[in-house]
Design a protein around this ligand. Structure first.
Ligand SMILES: Nc1ncnc2c1ncn2[C@@H]1O[C@H](COP(=O)(O)OP(=O)(O)OP(=O)(O)O)[C@@H](O)[C@H]1O
Ligand SMILES: O=C(CO)[C@H](O)[C@H](O)COP(=O)(O)O
Length: 290
């Protein structure tokens, strides 16, 4: 927790939609005049693509079939914790990018499957924004959750998450459906043990639920659209959340539990802005006061 230099951590599995949600945060930052520095979880992978392939092969041969990018030990979580702590204390820090595809290679001048060099954050910022796989991990070695001030989970139901991953990895990362399916299977153990526990740490979870049949996600021809889905929004601590205001502002929404509301999928952006803007404003106000 850092009052002076606040940290927002948006966590989701691969394909969950954390990069997509970042654009909603960017809208809020722009409208509210907030200067955010951003880091991507993939920047803290331990291996580049070729080294990861070799590590996977070695571990597979020695009987470890559960290793994947979701595993704690495939990522530099201590370094991520150090970056969170340094930012919280000083407002300074550094990050890099993991380059996934040709478009990113063009943007960063580094070939796909490699990291860019580390570079320092802009010196003046109001907050740090993290989006990725491990931003709320609590394990024997790190406690990232304790260092973040606002924690958001982006968690489509699993069939939808797989459809989103398959379509994105095919369209922009050049993988086949079979290759992505293998990755999903290989990551399942760490999904359960390293990814899921974070969603009890998060303050608010956004869970997209399709209302069309996704019973065989591996043959879906397109990602269910916003109009073909609902979003369940769950607040860890509902105290202080003005549910009557939210349900009156968001047409078609209702409360499904004392701490949860359900909204039409096409209202996710609006709901995020209504819910998150006051929380972000408060973080920045308290930081300025501190
Ligand atoms: N609410 C949504 N409605 C429709 N499509 C969505 C939604 N959210 C995400 N998607 C689609 O799902 C795919 C994955 O989304 P995105 O790239 O944001 O995931 P991610 O969590 O950042 O994945 P990774 O961590 O692997 O980069 C993209 O094709 C994106 O357009
Ligand atoms: O999205 C991911 C994790 O969030 C990727 O799977 C990971 O970054 C590895 O990428 P690649 O398989 O393209 O080398």
């Amino acid at each position: 927790m850092s009052k002076k230099h606040p940290i927002i951590s948006v966590v989701g599995s691969s394909g969950a939609g954390t990069s997509t949600v970042k654009s909603t945060f960017d809208q809020i930052f722009r409208r509210e005049g907030i200067k955010a520095v951003s880091i991507e979880g993939d920047a803290f992978h331990r291996f580049n693509r070729a080294d990861m392939k070799e590590e996977l092969q070695n571990r597979y041969e020695s009987g470890d079939q559960g290793f994947s990018h979701f595993s704690y030990e495939a990522n530099e979580l201590k370094e991520l914790e150090r970056v969170f702590r340094e930012y919280g204390e000083t407002g300074k820090g550094k990050t890099r990018h993991y380059v996934h595809d040709d478009a990113e290679a063009e943007k960063y001048g580094t070939p796909p499957g490699h990291f860019t060099d580390w570079s320092e954050f802009d010196s003046q910022s109001d907050l740090l924004f993290y989006e990725g796989l491990h931003g709320c991990v609590v394990n024997d070695e790190v406690n990232l959750s304790a260092l973040a001030d606002l924690k958001i989970g982006v968690v489509p139901v699993i069939n939808l998450e797989w459809i989103q991953k398959i379509h994105r990895d095919r369209a922009s990362r050049g993988y086949t459906t079979e290759a992505v399916t293998d990755v999903i299977l290989r990551r399942m153990h760490a999904y359960v043990h390293c990814i899921c526990p974070q969603f009890t740490e998060t303050d608010i979870n956004f869970q997209r639920v399709p209302v069309v049949d996704t019973s065989n996600p591996f043959i879906a021809r397109w990602i269910p659209t916003a109009d073909e889905s609902l979003v369940v929004i769950r607040f860890k601590n509902p105290r202080g959340i003005d549910f009557p205001y939210l349900t009156s502002m968001i047409a078609g929404s209702w409360m499904s539990r004392a701490n949860s509301i359900v909204i039409p999928g096409n209202k996710q952006d609006l709901a995020m802005q209504l819910i998150l803007t006051p929380l972000i404003e408060r973080l920045v106000r308290e930081a300025q006061r501190a």
